[in-house]
Design a binder for this molecule. Structure first.
Ligand code: NAD
Length: 245
């Protein structure tokens, strides 16, 4: 018999894709939960949980899953530092995959972003551009933040201090340590991310464009399967895809 999945945020854009695709990826949908439902009751008899809802919903859900010993895939973005600490606490009791982006292509972009920054060295100016649909609530996107974190790691920079969100007015010349971050919103764009490496005489751009949310849903279902036999801990999609040791 197929393992049973609970989907939290089931009425949302991602939730609907997950409900539709779960069976073809070897899952039974045991619970399709959304705002107003009794989450704890809904998780009884379930083997794993996937959550794509709202940032304030994630920690209560993860705590519930930790009490019940259920693996959780967290797709929601926009968490604050306290949320991330609480998720880390839950991951001491259960296996958790937390990823800002579940697409295989974007996870390849993460890998390429690091490699390219290492190869080009510290003289190149770094900028990140992301674009999403006009209903997206958080900015910059979780994926863009992760790209900036990867660049900060390679260049020994600090996200809070060195990432410059947009530019307006007399901001002065660009600092060598700056990472520019630009969030565009409009239409029905599912998700586009570009990392720009620029120096006098040449420019490298790495771009990923998602044209359907199905890619995130399939990745999340794959992550949930991967979690079924894992020890408690906090994992990401790079672990699921075997892109890290
Ligand atoms: P959406 O607004 O279409 O759907 C969210 C759903 O969650 C809604 O049905 C809403 O009613 C429900 N919800 C809100 N609060 C809830 C609660 N407390 N308990 C249960 N359900 C609740 O949003 P979406 O486009 O499906 O995106 C959801 C989240 O996933 C966002 O944070 C988005 O940034 C993120 N996302 C992540 C990835 C990824 O690959 N990690 C991909 C796409 C979207």
């Amino acid at each position: 018999m197929n393992p049973k999945l609970a989907i939290v945020g089931a009425k949302g854009r991602m939730g609907q894709h997950l409900c539709r695709l779960a069976e073809s990826e070897g899952w039974g949908v045991g619970a399709a939960l959304d705002q107003g439902d009794d989450i704890k009751a809904g998780l009884s008899g379930i083997d794993a949980v996937i959550e794509f809802s709202f940032h304030t919903a994630t920690v209560p859900l993860a705590q519930c899953a930790a009490d019940l010993g259920l693996p959780v895939v967290i797709g929601t973005t926009g968490h604050c530092a306290d949320d991330l600490l609480a998720i880390r606490e839950c991951a001491k009791k259960i296996p958790v995959v937390l990823a800002p982006n579940f697409s295989v292509g974007v996870n390849t972009l993460f890998w390429l972003t690091k490699k390219t920054a290492e190869i080009l060295g510290s003289d190149f100016d770094l900028e990140i551009i992301e674009m999403h649909h006009n209903l997206k609530k958080d900015a910059p996107s979780g994926t863009a933040k992760r790209l900036a974190e990867i660049l900060c790691d390679v260049r020994h920079l600090q996200y809070q201090k060195d990432v410059m969100h947009g530019r307006e007015g007399l901001v002065g010349e660009r600092q060598k340590t700056e990472i520019g971050m630009h969030a565009l919103r409009g239409g029905d764009v599912v998700g586009e991310h570009t990392v720009v490496y620029a120096i006098g005489g040449e420019r490298v751009e790495l771009t990923h464009k998602a044209s359907s949310r199905e890619t995130f849903a399939r990745g999340a279902l794959r992550a949930a399967k991967w979690l079924l036999d894992k020890q408690p801990g906090l994992y990401d999609m790079q672990n699921v895809l075997g892109l890290t040791t």
